[in-house]
Ligand binder design. Structure first.
Ligand SMILES: [Zn+2]
Length: 109
């Protein structure tokens, strides 16, 4: 009789434990913060594409510019008329020029 009582107690305790654990799991699921997926970190949109027009000064300009009226260029050459596109940056014709830091011209890739 005594042994049976012990087994019964153990069984009851086990059942209680199981339901307690199940309750815990349920609560954990319920309290789990509903996190919205963080947006994938996209590259900063500079708006620079291969079609972006770049400007340069034909008279020995060593830099190319995003702004045809860039302050880094001598006033007499502004606004610059000579243009090429960002896609042409690696062309032999333009390879000698560097990006102007003043108007934020895109770096050669
Ligand atoms: Zn510039």
């Amino acid at each position: 009789m005594k042994a049976l009582t012990i087994i019964l107690i153990i069984l009851i305790l086990n059942i209680c434990n199981i339901s307690a654990v199940q309750k815990d799991i349920k609560e954990m699921k319920e309290t789990e913060p509903r996190q919205t997926e963080p947006a994938p970190t996209a590259e900063p949109d500079t708006g620079i594409t291969g079609d972006t027009k770049l400007y340069f000064c034909p008279d020995g300009g060593t830099q190319y510019h995003l702004d045809p009226d860039c302050q880094a260029v001598n006033e007499q050459f502004r606004p610059m008329q000579e243009t090429f596109t960002a896609a042409e940056l690696n062309d032999e014709k333009y390879i000698q020029m560097d990006a102007c830091p003043v108007c934020g011209a895109p770096e050669r890739k």
